[in-house]
Design a protein around this ligand. Structure first.
Ligand SMILES: [Zn+2]
Length: 532
């Protein structure tokens, strides 16, 4: 489903805004690799028309919560933490939520030590609207809030190159502002904030969804940093993550190679087998892998090798077919090399189901928030672009028109939520035009006023949309009807393998307290990296 009437650059920019970067946004399923976004290709949005009534009230509520939102954005940026290590970042969100009157209903949610749920309710039996702040950072992307590559507050090791400090501040800030709006208007309902740890690796949302934590929501909202503002009917792929390990027998490769059986040869044959699959899989499928371990020295027959492969396609059923085939390829490679294959299917996610009424609601609200940049901010953006050898076009001036149909090869743990409740997501500019996620300019802009505006403005959009959903039963029903039509009547089945009790990447220091049942089912750590 190619995007109609939208330049490739604009489409790519909006796709980049839906949380897919952690899973390798390498291009649209229905299109070849896209060129970098350029300002000439961006299409100005239509005149937004009259802002929705809740927009002004949301602006006032966000202004009242301004200090809390900026603390969230800046503190989480300053002490950036990796997926599954976000202890301080989660604590910052909980501190601000509790100070704003929310009750923490769950910590270490669904076995993820840095996930949480917080809630605020008025009246009884009202709607339930969820928000999904994320707060994990990325390795190697620490940067100062300067328009050049320079070490950040904690060096270069970890940084918010996907902008989750702003994503989190906008979502939690939106929830705090919505509470104030509801109190002022005497509105009944429940605001639930899901602390969505580890989006970049083994997303907490997937574990939360397995525990059915989203099923009673009328809608769940989030946004993602991007070079543009936009919303639309966006589909992303389902994915399985699989580790294939081969066990062989070592020997001296010069003196007695016949005594060994090479795990590396098995891994190579596995890779070849995956290439042999390619002609016979659907055009929408994606298979990509790396050799994580492939021996230590050429004169030692490797007795161990490890491959990490991702399988993607349009839905769970298609991905399941791929994963089953890949298992057979691993067994075949082991048989041919007289080694043993061990296949660990450790993570999976559903495709992202769009929701048109929610996307239109968010688009109306984001179009009602002015996108304004100072000359200093535009100069900062142009300097980033100059350093990154991109056209010096500055920041996006206005939102993209509503996007009718986009389908891309990336994946997000928001997809899992989209099979349990209607989900609305949108993109907001926090990085210069042409800049991709998971790069140093994203970190740089996230720690200065461009990022602050992203956190504040998205809180406005999210609070206003949340208020409309709390107060408009017909809107909630429209979102529910669209959700049912896209999902069908089948009951939700987690994309996680039943055997996977906890994320593989949980750090040892978080699992050391042996009497804690929360971590009792933990899988042994293979010592391998666990990034998305
Ligand atoms: Zn992200």
């Amino acid at each position: 489903m190619p995007l109609r009437g939208m330049p490739e650059a604009g489409r790519r920019a909006v796709l980049a805004g839906f949380g897919m970067a952690g899973f390798g946004m390498t291009g649209a399923v229905t299109a070849a690799a896209a060129p970098p976004a350029s300002p000439a290709a961006s299409t100005p949005g239509p005149p937004p028309g009259l802002p929705p009534a809740s927009s002004a009230a949301a602006a006032r509520a966000v202004e009242a919560a301004r200090d809390a939102i900026l603390r969230l954005s800046r503190e989480v940026w300053t002490q950036a933490e990796l997926s599954l290590h976000e202890e301080k970042s989660a604590a910052i969100h909980l501190r601000e939520l509790e100070a704003a009157g929310f009750r923490v209903t769950s910590r270490g949610t669904s076995g993820i030590p840095t996930a949480f749920v917080a809630e605020w309710s008025a009246g009884s039996g009202g709607p339930v609207i969820g928000y999904m702040p994320e707060y994990d950072a990325l390795p190697g992307l620490g940067n100062a809030a300067e328009p050049r590559q320079a070490p950040g507050p904690a060096g270069t090791g970890v940084g918010h190159g996907c902008g989750h400090n702003m994503l989190g501040a906008g979502c939690t800030g939106g929830a705090i502002a919505l509470r104030a709006m509801m109190r002022e208007a005497g509105t009944s309902g429940t605001i639930r904030v899901y602390g969505c740890a580890a989006e970049e690796t083994e997303g907490a949302k997937v574990y939360m969804a397995r525990d059915r934590l989203f099923e009673d929501c009328d809608a769940v909202l989030a946004w993602h940093p991007a070079p543009f503002a936009g919303a639309g009917i966006v589909r992303l792929t389902a994915v399985d993550k699989v580790r294939v390990m081969f066990h062989g027998r070592s020997a001296h490769a010069g003196i007695a190679p016949w005594e060994g059986r090479s795990a590396l040869k098995a891994a190579e044959m596995f890779g070849l087998g995956v290439q042999m699959m390619r002609e016979h899989i659907l055009p929408s499928a994606r298979m990509h892998y790396i050799y994580e371990q492939a021996g230590a020295a050429p004169n030692v027959i490797p007795d161990f090798a490890q491959v990490w492969i991702l399988l993607r396609d349009l839905d769970r059923e298609k991905v399941g077919t791929l994963t089953a085939w890949v298992r057979q390829v691993a067994e075949g490679a082991a048989m041919a090399t007289q080694t043993r294959a061990e296949v660990i299917h450790f993570f999976g996610m559903h495709d992202l189901l769009p929701n048109e009424p929610l996307a239109r609601l968010l688009h109306r609200h984001l179009a009602a928030v002015p996108i304004e940049w100072t000359e200093e901010e535009q100069a900062f953006a142009r300097a980033c672009q100059r350093e990154a050898k991109l056209p010096e076009a500055g920041m996006a001036p206005q939102p993209l028109p509503f996007l009718q149909e986009i389908s891309a090869g990336g994946s997000t743990d928001v997809g899992e939520v989209s099979y349990q409740a209607p989900v609305g997501v949108f993109a907001w500019p926090t990085m210069p035009l042409g800049v991709g996620l998971h790069t140093w300019p994203v970190t740089a802009c996230g720690g200065m006023s461009i990022g602050d505006k992203g956190s504040l403005n998205t809180a406005r959009v999210l609070a206003a949309a949340g208020y409309d959903l709390m107060t408009d039963a017909a809107l909630r029903e429209a979102a529910r009807v669209d959700f049912r039509a896209r999902r069908g009547d089948r009951p939700f089945t987690s994309a996680l393998p039943a055997s996977q009790k906890r994320p593989m990447g949980l750090p040892a220091f978080m699992t050391r307290t042996g009497d804690d049942e929360m971590v009792s089912g933990l899988q042994p750590d293979t010592g391998a990296r666990n990034g998305g």
